[in-house]
Ligand binder design. Structure first.
Ligand SMILES: [Zn+2]
Length: 212
């Protein structure tokens, strides 16, 4: 067996080498001059500093452009919804570290969105596509299959039940709108451009709860 632990799959507690050979790095520990793997993963030696690291096999899934994610909506602003990404992929691998993602109003649905609060509300869980990664993760729900998968009543916080395109609270009867995943024409009214005049806005303002 090669005595270098490089790229070898190692078990927790497995000897990687001595403290004379290597510097203990992430995912390792030193005991009595020997370095051991602290977790299951691949051992890697950095040739520059001789640091040995173990990269966990079930590592934090990296979020990439094009990935499908599940995210919880934390805040709905006038131009964007701020979310916490909680899982990635269809296998719903959880994402530690609570990375932030945002859905811009132009990416909420196909067509023009007038009021983002007609599409999402805090506490909702959405399924979204990653448009861009980096310091902030930009998300889109602008296709039919994407959008809200679980919505909370804004009055009593119960999980809303879907009735066609509308959502109804089974506890208090409150009715709400969302851009629902897989439900065509759900959410707020869609048009191909900004409303031509302010009268249209007033017509469909329901209560003015989210107006600035
Ligand atoms: Zn309710």
């Amino acid at each position: 067996m090669n005595d270098s632990p490089n790229d070898r799959l190692v078990l927790p507690g497995e000897l990687l080498g001595t403290a004379e050979e290597f510097v203990p790095g992430r995912g390792t520990y030193e005991d009595g001059g020997r370095i051991y793997a602290a977790l299951l993963g691949h051992a890697r030696v950095d040739p520059k500093d001789r640091a040995v690291r173990v990269e966990a096999l079930n590592a934090v899934p990296e979020i990439k452009e094009g990935d499908l994610v599940f995210a919880r909506v934390d805040e709905v602003k006038s131009a964007m919804a701020v979310c916490t990404i909680i899982a990635v992929g269809s296998s719903k691998r959880t994402v530690p570290g609570a990375p932030e993602g945002t859905v811009h109003i132009s990416k909420a649905k196909d067509g023009y969105t007038d009021t983002l609060a007609d599409e999402f509300q805090p506490g909702d869980v959405i399924q979204a596509r990653v448009l861009q990664t980096g310091s902030s993760i930009k998300l889109s729900t602008a296709t039919l299959e994407l959008g809200v998968v679980s919505a909370r009543c804004q009055v009593c916080h119960a999980i809303l039940t879907t009735t066609g395109k509308e959502l109804t609270c089974p506890r208090c009867g409150h009715r709400e709108r969302r851009k629902l995943a897989g439900v065509e024409g759900s959410g707020g009214p869609t048009s191909s451009g900004p409303p031509p005049d302010r009268d249209r806005r007033r017509e469909r303002d329901h209560g003015g709860r989210h107006r600035r």
